[in-house]
Write a protein that binds this ligand. Structure first.
Ligand code: NAD
Length: 498
């Protein structure tokens, strides 16, 4: 069985302690083992990053950007291999894996603008013979901890930008599907990144705790579930680190009575069942305003759910693959059992799906519940599987109250032809990313990504302009060059232009 190593100081480093199995979720087979770093291994990466920092921070931003341009080319050239690795360990379809990689590449393209985004601000003559400017300087050694569900895209949200801003980076990817993440990092080294600027250390809680506790690590970016996001935010900030920690979600789509139903159903199918529902922006609740639209939705969507093409993610032309692990499958089935026990109407049941030829894969079929109420666990909790819940309400105001009352506030959308309703929704909904007739409003790379409430701990969103702010610190410099032969007398009043 192959062993997935770490990448430290530009070299593959074998783990010498614990390891964890990595599965092919389509077959249920364990295909490799990934090393789980101990503190000594993590310290090697921290030392490498620290040693690389002085030269890297002084490398001109334009030169840093040139490496990103080459990285971008290598990512495109290796698209098929990367997508196949994602699919083999995560289970998502090849087309979906290519989609995530392409969204990741957009973040590399944003990072290529480093000389422009790091320009700072300049003011001449703020006082007599005095000029002032604000510099954007790197923070030092920073780290990222990422989830299993986007092994290519989420790491690419973080380190290309952190690195072009002049920082050195340690990435702790998910231990469930680490191979594509490692290959992509090696491509960046191949593009000419100096040793130690990017290090990838595989592991679990021990590796994460080593990063939290290391005084050399100045900032932590985290994406994953809410309990771990909250833990990392509180432990990191307690130690004076800058932390942005993105957590879980329960994303609602509101269907207004005037919605273009055919298009809304297509949008819901992709947003609820794409990637088997394992997306933090997946739609898991359809809030129908009025029974008429709810009944029409059920009638139209049921045959489409029953017709989902489900199979091994690595085959072409499928709609959905398996869940990532047996534990994830069992958890999702447990929620479906709970939904039935708590009185929701199970309209399509995906629990007994068997994929011929892949009987041991971690599959659950598309599932639909109707008449879900806010007290049920299928409504309150993030299921992270192919389960869509319909909640029926009487008005847009009631729909908005429901969404605003939920603990998560990552994404949401409204399907309507009514501009006034859409505008009210955008203004008053307590959610960080909002779509109007767009089911997955994931911001493009030159905007920033982040939820509200318990979907994000920290002040700055991920990537884009907020990413630049997160990975730099400002220094304000005020400089006087006295006019030739002039003499300035001592001033005891506070300096001003008054
Ligand atoms: P997870 O929280 O289990 O793991 C995320 C990372 O934290 C992994 O690298 C893991 O090794 C590490 N980790 C796990 N347990 C830990 C512990 N006790 N202490 C320290 N570190 C620990 O999340 P996951 O299952 O990999 O990913 C799915 C979750 O991520 C979902 O909740 C999903 O909504 C969320 N997610 C959020 C976003 C977002 O942008 N808000 C994006 C993608 C995924």
């Amino acid at each position: 069985m192959s062993h997935i190593p770490h990448l430290i100081n530009g070299e593959r480093v074998a783990g010498n302690g614990r390891s964890a199995p990595v599965y092919n979720p389509s077959t249920g087979d364990s295909t490799s083992a990934v090393g789980l770093a101990d503190r000594a291994t993590m310290q090697l990466a921290i030392d490498a990053a620290k040693a690389a920092f002085p030269a890297w921070r002084n490398t001109p931003p334009a030169k840093r950007a040139q490496i990103m341009f080459r990285f971008r080319e290598l990512l495109e050239q290796n698209e098929n291999e990367i997508a196949a690795l994602i699919s083999a360990e995560h289970g998502k379809t090849l087309e979906d894996a290519v989609g995530e990689l392409k969204r990741g590449i957009e973040n590399v393209e944003f990072a290529c603008a480093a000389p422009d985004i790091l320009k700072g601000e300049y003011s001449r003559n703020v006082g007599p013979n005095i000029d002032a400017w604000t510099d954007l300087q790197p923070i030092g050694v920073v780290a990222g901890i990422t989830p299993f569900n986007f092994p290519a895209m989420v790491p690419l949200w973080m380190y290309p930008l952190a690195i072009v801003c002049g920082n050195c980076f340690i990435l702790k990817p998910s231990e469930r599907d680490p191979s594509s993440t490692l290959l992509i990092a090696e491509l960046l080294n191949q593009a000419g990144l100096p040793k130690g600027v990017l290090n990838v250390v595989n592991g679990d809680k021990d590796a994460v705790d080593a990063l939290i506790e290391a005084p050399e690590v100045k900032a932590l970016s985290f994406v994953g579930s809410t309990p771990i996001a909250e833990y990392i935010y509180s432990e990191g900030t307690k130690r004076g680190k800058r932390v942005q920690a993105l957590g879980g979600a329960k994303n609602h789509a509101v269907l207004m009575p005037d919605a273009d139903l055919d298009n809304a159903v297509s949008a819901l199918m992709g947003a609820a069942y794409g990637s088997c529902g394992e997306r933090c922006m997946a739609i898991s609740v359809a809030v129908c305003v009025g029974d008429q639209i709810a009944d029409a939705l059920v009638e139209k969507i049921v045959p489409q759910i029953q017709a989902l093409k489900i199979g091994a993610g690595t085959s072409c032309g499928l709609d959905m693959g398996p869940l990532v692990t047996a534990a994830a499958r069992d958890k999702v089935k447990g929620y479906i059992d709970a939904g039935v026990a708590q009185g929701a109407k199970l309209v399509v049941d995906g629990r007994d799906l068997v994929v011929p030829g892949n009987e041991n894969g971690f599959f659950v079929g598309g599932t639909l519940f109707d008449r879900v109420t806010p007290d049920m666990t299928i409504y309150t909790d993030e299921i992270f599987g192919p389960v869509l819940c319909i909640v029926r309400v009487g008005s847009l105001e009631e729909a908005m109250q429901l969404i605003n009352g939920h603990e998560y506030g990552n994404g949401t959308c409204i399907f309507t032809r009514d501009g006034e309703a859409a505008r009210l929704f955008c203004d008053e909904i307590e959610v960080g990313m909002v779509g109007v007739n767009v089911p997955l409003p994931v911001p493009v790379a030159y905007h920033s990504f982040g939820g509200w409430k318990r979907s994000l701990f920290g002040d700055l969103h991920a990537y884009g302009p907020d990413g630049v702010r997160f990975y730099t610190r400002k220094k304000a410099i005020t400089q006087r060059w006295p006019a030739r032969k002039s003499h300035e007398a001592a001033q005891f009043a506070f300096p001003s232009n008054g």
